[in-house]
Write a protein that binds this ligand. Structure first.
Ligand SMILES: [Fe+2]
Ligand SMILES: [Fe+2]
Ligand SMILES: [Fe+2]
Length: 419
């Protein structure tokens, strides 16, 4: 198997776009803010290193807004102070070394300029990059897709200019006024993929992640996916570790086992796009809600598909609700066409899910869990051999899963107590 190396920016785009799938109102928000922040940084001649960090930060600036309600609020409310989602986002991302600086920028991306007092916040220096994202963010939320962008622009610029010095750093507002003369910038901003309009040759070439970095960042992504609900807070960690163990036992190479771990962390990536009221619903889901949930594997597939090096990881991750009998979703892949790694993931997902508490039921006892897995083999849902491996090594795998999920739960609790 070929070694995978991926670009940090491309990987961040997966989670960035996942967030904006939540509602049409959020459409492309992260990409737009990244694009405009970059143009502002370029205009005021910030060094390349800072331009890079600003794009990375802007691409995930609202990642700490875990619920759809919160996401819409921060788009629709005009004055937001240094607040929860910015701090949460920074806290999640700062643990990954290459994102240390972007995390610091994100932490203050709603700090107002306050006639210069906004240079600092509670004894900490607020990076200029945070003020750039603040201005880009507020500018982008004033556009809508109904009118043509060039006609809207003068009113938007006028509105922003009135807040120079109070909300926004005045030199940045001047830079924005300068940019308003160039039609292409605003047309780029409204294009389907604003970020692709940045000619970044040389800008991101150095930000390449190797397998162990990809594992670390995938783990952080799994928290962004799972921390949206207390019921899923440790789910992907359990799936990833179980899948890795199963892969080891059926003879995958150590490199493939690492890929399996990554696929496990990312398998529910598309759940970010699902309204968390549905994830947390206490009773049975109605048909509409069920169809909504079922979209998540499709989203995972289309998001990961953009990273060609993830071709295999994507199939292992996104086919976890496909079944051998072909009655799964969304592709209805059948029998031999369902890769071995995808079957491993399906077993790991079911096993982890039935052992966890859900809003409508408690986790299952071991005997019941084993019975469910066996029944699913009989119905043609799960692979017989993989379920046999799991049952043959039940206590060993279950203990590893439990230990790993306990650690994930601890992180979640720490995380909650931080606020
Ligand atoms: Fe924000
Ligand atoms: Fe799933
Ligand atoms: Fe899952």
């Amino acid at each position: 198997m070929d070694k995978i190396r991926i670009n940090l920016k491309d990987f961040l785009l997966c989670i960035s776009d996942a967030q904006d799938l939540m509602s049409p109102k959020l459409s492309k928000h992260h990409q737009q803010v990244a694009y405009l922040s970059f143009r502002l940084a370029e205009k005021i001649n910030l060094p390349i290193e800072q331009q890079k960090n600003i794009i990375l930060a802007a691409l995930v600036h609202d990642i700490g807004a875990l619920s759809m309600k919160e996401r819409l609020e921060i788009i629709e409310t005009e004055t937001i102070h240094v607040n929860k989602h910015a701090v949460i986002g920074a806290k999640l991302l700062e643990e990954f070394k290459p994102l240390e600086e972007p995390a610091r920028i994100i932490k203050f991306h709603h700090k107002s300029w306050d006639n210069g007092a906004g240079r600092n916040y509670k004894g900490e220096k607020v990076p200029l990059e945070s003020h750039i994202i603040h201005l880009a963010d507020r500018t982008c939320t004033l556009f809508n897709t109904e009118s043509n962008v060039i006609s809207l622009l003068p009113r938007i610029i006028q509105k922003i200019s009135k807040q120079a010095n109070t909300a926004f750093e005045p030199e940045l507002v001047d830079a924005l006024i300068e940019l308003s003369k160039y039609e292409y910038i605003w047309l780029d901003l409204m294009s389907p993929t604003p970020i692709a309009m940045i000619n970044d040759i040389g800008l991101f070439n150095t930000l390449v992640l190797e397998i162990d970095d990809i594992i670390d960042l995938s783990y952080i992504f799994s928290q962004i996916i799972d921390f949206r609900s207390q019921f899923t807070a440790r789910h992907s960690a359990g799936v990833a570790k179980t899948a890795e163990q199963l892969a080891k036992l059926i003879g995958f190479s150590s490199y493939e086992c690492k890929m399996m771990l990554i696929a496990g962390y990312l398998h529910d990536l598309g759940k970010i796009a699902i309204n968390n009221d549905i994830l947390e619903k206490k009773g049975m889901l109605d048909e509409y809600e069920f169809n909504e949930i079922r979209m998540h594997t499709y989203h995972t597939y289309r998001l990961l598909e953009r990273i060609p090096q993830f071709n295999v990881v994507n199939k292992w991750a996104s086919y976890h609700h496909e079944t051998l009998s072909g009655t799964g979703y969304p592709f209805h892949i059948q029998g031999d066409n369902l890769p071995l790694g995808s079957r491993v993931m399906a077993v790991a997902d079911v096993f982890t899910a039935i052992k966890e508490d859900r809003p409508y039921r408690l986790g299952m006892k071991d005997e019941d869990a084993m019975q469910v897995l066996k029944d699913m083999v009989l119905s043609g849902a799960l692979d017989k051999n993989i379920v046999k491996v799991l049952i043959d090594h039940y206590h060993e795998i279950n203990q590893i899963r439990e230990r790993f999920q306990l650690a994930a739960a601890e992180r979640y609790n720490n995380f909650l107590s931080f606020f």
